[in-house]
Design a binder for this molecule. Structure first.
Ligand code: KG4
Ligand code: ZN
Length: 332
């Protein structure tokens, strides 16, 4: 079964083709990152226009690189939400038009299901699994007892961890997107700046607004005193605390549910310190972390998730679905 996936929820226009839920035949990603960098973050209006400009060429390139003819494509899978509505609608309309013109079925996929299924590309997900989802918009612990069944055990009560990385990078003038920059600088830093005590609380929820505000306040105080900021040390100190919170809650949840695998998903899964800590904290457990190129937004993951959704998920009978800026993972 050949699935064509489409992703356009934020600032990447991407089309990919995959075979039998496993082999990636092509994965074309057109990034708008440089355009948004000068504004310090994604500008929704610019993102929508860029998707419109690029999407046809990205479709053509992905099909050409996959080396298949259009009549070999069995299913079209497109990110339905959550994301920027103008961006989502460009991908959805292109996917529907393509599917309609070639008489192919089309399914709408949850963006986070895509991130989770990035783990199925080079490994084999085994159930029950516990997945830590860490992206620019999400920080969640999701339990899966079988394919395409999601149960949220915990989530952030305020900011997402990727959002905190981006904000800290912004106040340190590191540019957008901040996560990879903080990651790189932290490697050369020492844990010299004190960070707030991690609030362990009950259960499996996260919180990042306190940590973010603490970094901003510390920087303001240093500036007022005329002291220089050791940027590498600040990145390392922030990151150690941010990742430790993820580890404490993840291990707690993992031990409580007794899953077979611990799985990481989303853009922040590219973080070197997080990857190191996961292999330490879960050294006694089978761990899946996506290959770096499938951590941040791409259509390969949507195409794989689409395959599993078609086989195991509840899919709408008709192709008359809409795009949603907010959308529950558990409904699918
Ligand atoms: O999954 P993604 O591409 O988009 C969303 O669905 O949100 O994640 C993007 C987020 C951004 O906040 C970005 O700064 C963060 O992932 N990110 C990282 C790294 N690479 C991307 N954060 C920390 N370290 C990284 N290496
Ligand atoms: Zn994403």
């Amino acid at each position: 079964m050949i699935v064509l996936g489409v992703e356009s929820s934020c600032d990447e226009t991407s089309v990919a083709l995959s075979k039998d839920g496993k082999v990636i035949l092509s994965n074309v990603v057109l990034s708008q990152m440089e355009l948004h960098a000068m504004f310090g973050g994604v500008v929704p209006e610019i993102a929508s226009r860029e998707h419109i400009k690029g999407i046809t060429a990205v479709f053509e390139e992905a099909i050409k690189l996959a080396g298949v003819s259009v009549d070999q494509i069995d299913l079209v899978a497109v990110t339905q939400g959550p994301g920027l509505i103008g961006s989502l609608l460009t991908g959805i309309n292109a996917a529907k038009a393509f599917a309609f013109a070639h008489d192919i079925a089309v399914v709408g996929v949850h963006h986070i299901a895509g991130h989770i299924y990035a783990n199925q590309i080079e490994s084999e997900m085994q159930f029950p699994l516990l997945c830590l989802v860490v992206s620019g918009g999400h920080t969640e612990l999701v339990l899966m007892n079988r394919h395409f069944q999601f149960e949220k055990l915990g989530e952030t009560l305020d900011d997402a961890v990727g959002e905190a990385y981006d904000k800290v990078a912004r106040v340190l003038d590191l540019g957008y997107p901040g996560g990879p920059k903080v990651d790189a600088l932290a490697r050369r830093g020492k844990l010299t700046y004190p960070m707030p005590k991690i609030d362990l609380g009950e259960g499996y929820d996260f919180s990042y607004s306190g940590l973010k505000s603490h970094v901003i306040n510390t920087l303001n105080t240093l500036k007022m005193k005329g002291e220089t900021v050791r940027i590498e040390d600040m990145c390392a100190s922030f990151q150690a605390s941010a990742v430790e919170q993820l580890m404490i809650k993840s291990r707690r949840a993992f031990d409580a549910v007794g899953a077979k695998q611990f799985v990481v998903a989303g853009g922040v899964a590219a973080n070197a310190h997080l990857r190191d800590r996961v292999s330490d904290v879960f050294s006694d457990v089978e761990v899946l972390v996506p290959p770096l190129k499938y951590c941040t937004d791409n259509a390969a993951m949507i195409s794989i998730a689409g395959y599993y959704q078609y086989r195991f998920g509840n899919i709408d009978e008709n192709d008359d679905f809409n795009g949603y800026p907010r959308m529950h993972l558990e409904r699918k």
